[in-house]
Design a protein around this ligand. Structure first.
Ligand code: PGA
Length: 255
């Protein structure tokens, strides 16, 4: 089965509501020719979701929308949190979960990632589950074992129908925002092992349908080399997603 590539922009804590709307409009001109072949998603901060969602709706863009985090309850006394229902109301398709910055700075664990993954699926959205090893883990040659455990932890108790819609982003911590990357073959080895782990948990159809993205210093100059690998189905892009020109070049590399 041919998997449709997904190129998703993780805007992190950049762009106001107004700046986000402008970025998406600039992006539209540059990527609309590729929509049939590549799925393009943008993941703005919560405060820009509404304005970006409105541009997508009014301009009838074939662009997917994602949030960068969510809480697992539908509503309640959870000051500062945002629920899956609220994101669905803004027409979000995806939610990034377990990004290494959230694990490092905000106490996200495999257990909370798992609760979020379940809540996202229950609300009808799709999680983009981030996994990846530190430099120390890599140097100890424990990358695949470590990533496998993260995948297992995140997906505990998910049903196989949901597993078939899943997106996993492999992002080595030492490659995020650093300009350093693994070799495409090295990244593909980890992505293949992620696919095998999902296959062992949910069966071959889930492994075949699973989209595994590579993330970490993806730029217009290197994107094509990652996309040429058989187990890499797209990218989760940070810094280069903040500029319409660079992001569009990365999208074009996925054709
Ligand atoms: P980067 O970030 O592309 O700036 O390295 C990727 C990410 O954190 O998702």
């Amino acid at each position: 089965m041919e998997r449709r590539p997904l190129v998703a922009g993780n805007w992190k804590m950049y762009k106001t509501a107004g700046e986000g709307a402008i970025l998406v409009q600039n992006l539209e001109e540059r990527v609309s020719a590729y929509w049939a072949e590549v799925e393009v998603a943008v993941c703005p901060p919560f405060t820009a979701l509404k304005s970006v969602s409105t541009v997508i709706e009014l301009d009838r863009l074939e662009m997917s929308l994602g949030a960068q985090n969510v809480y697992w309850e539908d509503e309640g006394a959870f000051t500062g949190e945002v629920s899956p229902r609220m994101l669905v109301d803004l027409r979000c398709d995806y939610v990034i979960v377990g990004h290494s910055e959230r694990r490092e700075y905000f106490g996200e664990t495999d257990e909370t990632v798992n609760k979020k993954v379940k809540a996202i699926f229950a609300a009808g959205m799709v999680p983009i589950v981030c996994v990846g090893e530190s430099l120390a883990t890599r140097e100890a040659e424990e990358t695949e074992t470590f990533v496998r455990e993260q995948v297992r932890g995140a997906l505990q108790g998910i049903d196989s129908d949901h597993a078939q819609r899943l997106v996993i982003a492999y992002e080595p911590l030492w490659a995020i925002g650093t300009g350093r990357t693994p070799t495409p073959e090295g990244a593909n080895d980890v992505c293949r092992s992620i696919r095998a782990t999902v296959g062992a948990m949910f069966g071959p159809p889930s492994a075949i349908a699973l989209r595994v993205l590579y993330g970490g210093s993806v730029k217009p100059e290197n994107a094509r080399t990652f996309f040429a690998e058989p187990d890499i189905d797209g990218a989760l892009v940070g810094g280069a997603a903040l500029d319409a020109e660079s992001f569009a070049e990365i999208v074009a590399a996925a054709l």
